[in-house]
Design a protein. Structure first.
Length: 273
């Protein structure tokens, strides 16, 4: 068995030594499901070295019924995406992003597409936004797409979440989208969150209060004070927490320290009275 394992590792490493155009990817994929750990690790290293060009083939190999192969194919894909997100690896990032988007747009099984969406959250750019915006209309995958959009540093990502919020009547989905806009903290998402303060659903209103505390700009704070001044005890408590969050966020900017202090002072005076 030891001799057999050694031969397997030697063959895998031999493929690894070849240029990427000459490597037999299939001969590297198969050992990922091997019972021999040395063979699996050698195949893993060889595939990681080849980079994003093998990503789609790795996704094809993911099969929950073949637990070892499925686990190692996922681990290999995850490492490749991690490496593609490293500083100075822009060509690899672009290639990896394209591969993941291809999987998301395909007919892969649910779990596989969900995994691709989660990986995309690590390296996704503005290029991914139109496709993710479409996935927001898919009830099966929309939650993972929402989480992925939160991580993409583009105003277009905010715009796609705003559009989805304006287009839904589902209170639970409204709450999720409002939370996403709050997590992004982008003032471009403020307007529909302000409108949600008047929603007939209490949970939607509470989500909007919390989100405004994370957006933490002047108009958001002004709206929170109006809520705070009302008699509704639950919304007043939520507004207090949101104002404290806003003050903490503002205090990180020298230009907004005075506004943060005003919030703290007013809340302290109210607590003493």
């Amino acid at each position: 068995m030891k001799i057999h394992a050694a031969i397997s590792v030697f063959l895998i490493l031999s493929f690894f030594a070849l240029p990427s155009w000459g490597a037999d990817v299939e001969s590297l994929i198969e050992p990922l499901g091997s019972s021999d750990e040395s063979s699996r690790r050698a195949a893993y290293q060889a595939l990681v070295e080849q980079g994003p060009e093998v990503l789609e083939r790795l996704f094809q190999a993911m099969d929950p019924e073949q637990k070892t192969l499925n686990l190692w194919a996922r681990n290999t894909a995850e490492r490749i995406v991690h490496n593609a997100g490293s500083p100075g690896a822009e060509p690899q990032r672009v290639q990896a992003e394209s591969a993941l988007l291809s999987v998301i747009q395909s007919t892969y099984p649910r779990q596989t597409k969900e995994f691709a969406l989660r990986l995309l959250a690590r390296i996704g750019t503005e290029r991914s936004v139109p496709i993710l915006a479409e996935v927001l209309n898919d009830k099966i995958h929309r939650e993972t797409a929402r989480c992925t959009l939160v991580m993409i540093p583009s105003r277009k990502a905010t715009a796609s979440l705003v559009k989805a919020l304006k287009g839904t009547e589902d209170p639970n989905w409204k709450v999720a989208l409002i939370n996403a806009l709050g997590e992004r903290g982008d003032a471009a998402g403020r307007s529909p969150v302000l409108k949600a303060l008047q929603d007939e659903n209490r949970e939607v209103r509470l989500a909007a209060i919390s989100a405004l505390g994370r957006i933490a700009d002047e108009k958001s704070v002004s709206a929170l004070w109006k809520v705070w001044e009302k008699d509704d005890s639950s919304e007043k408590a939520a507004a207090t927490d949101a104002l404290l969050n806003a003050a903490e966020e503002m205090s990180r900017s020298p230009k907004k320290e005075k506004e943060a202090r005003k919030i703290y002072d007013r809340l302290q005076i109210a607590e003493r009275s």
